[in-house]
Write a new protein. Structure first.
Length: 373
């Protein structure tokens, strides 16, 4: 788009990361705020509730002038699903979704829709959906097809993939870790643009407390708060009393999230553990500024080669904690290795035992805590 053009361009940004607030929404909100200074920006989302008030409250960003557009979620993703995938792709109305914009930006974890805007960008937080032509070798139904049919379908899949991606000028991503999996799963190069971290924490006295931040969500994509409560009990036996664990994070109205939060609360009974559920941005910044240690356990016991989507793709909150003077003790997972220098700016650990021992070492050695902070 030429800088000499005076009209404000129409920009659509699709949030395809889920309904919970997290790093994906932080990136989305910063993109919208930056582009709205010169263009007409519309955020597209699938949620039933308005998204702009939630983004403003969570990230303290000025989103005045940004509009939102709720779109129907006709399918889980935009890839080619199931045995009737080609037919479904031909029927999918991606032109209605993307065609009205000068610039369409896909921000998500999956395969983007066909782009009919004048130009497109992809910000991929992790390629959970794989390009179809790269995901067929392990598909039993694919192996049952005849050799001729496999040859024909593979040509069609490649044709549709090229058509899907040709108007996306660039694929951007959040870490070298994710970029490597995009190349492996999509067959294309991604440019790493690390997520924005704009944190100016107040100078407050540090307390004997450990802060952990992440969505309360059970299952394989859990942030590991239940494991952290278990680890904290052991930490107290090694480091002594006077320490508190603060568990901060969003929790949606989904029954599974609420049930997991209740389970963590029950496990923490009798321990000095505080829960900061759906805390606003100012409250989060304050507790980071007051805390001495930071824990992050995404990727715990995950084999990254087998299940890379369950690793930590980057770890924005780790950067924020470090800027606030917390010493990070985190699982050495995915993008965390691009943030923390083991032994220099914090510790990368592989299990709960090491998490406890390194944290206790820092807690018992004030000079080490001061050096790493």
């Amino acid at each position: 788009m030429s800088r000499n053009q005076s009209r404000r361009h129409q920009v659509g940004i699709l949030d395809h990361t889920g309904l919970a607030l997290g790093g994906g929404q932080l990136v989305l909100a910063h993109m919208a705020a930056a582009l709205a200074a010169q263009h007409e920006v519309e955020i597209l989302h699938f949620g039933a509730e308005p998204i702009l008030p939630r983004l403003t409250r969570a990230f303290s960003l000025e989103l005045r002038g940004v509009r939102e557009r709720r779109v129907e979620r006709g399918e889980h993703g935009f890839g080619i699903p199931g045995p009737n995938g080609l037919r479904q792709q031909l029927k999918a109305n991606h032109r209605e979704l993307t065609g009205r914009y000068d610039l369409f930006i896909y921000s998500g974890h999956g395969v983007p829709p066909f782009c009919y805007a004048r130009a497109g960008l992809v910000y991929c937080h992790f390629p959970i959906e794989v390009a179809p032509q790269r995901d067929l070798a392990t598909n039993p139904q694919w192996q049952r097809r005849s050799r001729v049919e496999r040859w024909l379908r593979l040509r069609l899949y490649r044709h549709f993939w090229h058509k899907r991606m040709r108007r996306y000028a660039r694929v951007l991503t959040n870490s070298q870790f994710t970029a490597g999996w995009i190349e492996r799963f999509w067959g294309c190069q991604a440019e790493v643009v690390y997520p924005p971290v704009e944190l100016d924490p107040p100078r407050l006295a540090k307390h004997r407390q450990i802060i952990s931040a992440g969505r309360f969500h059970g299952g394989p994509r859990s942030k590991g708060q239940l494991a952290q409560v278990k680890a904290f009990r052991q930490f107290l036996s090694e480091a002594g009393g006077g320490w508190r664990l603060l568990l901060a994070g969003s929790c949606t109205s989904e029954s599974g999230d609420r049930a997991y939060l209740a389970e963590v609360r029950q496990a923490a009974e009798g321990l000095p553990v505080d829960f900061l559920v759906n805390v606003d941005r100012q409250g989060m910044v304050r507790v980071l500024a007051e805390s001495s240690l930071f824990w992050h356990t995404t990727g715990l016991e995950v084999d990254e080669q087998q299940r890379p989507a369950l690793a930590e793709h980057f770890g924005i909150v780790t950067v924020e904690a470090m800027r606030a003077g917390c010493v990070p003790v985190v699982i050495a997972s995915g993008g965390q290795r691009e943030i923390v220098e083991d032994g220099k700016s914090g510790f990368l650990v592989t299990d709960l035992g090491a998490l406890v021992s390194k944290s206790a070492e820092v807690a018992l050695r004030p000079e080490l805590l001061a050096r790493l902070a």
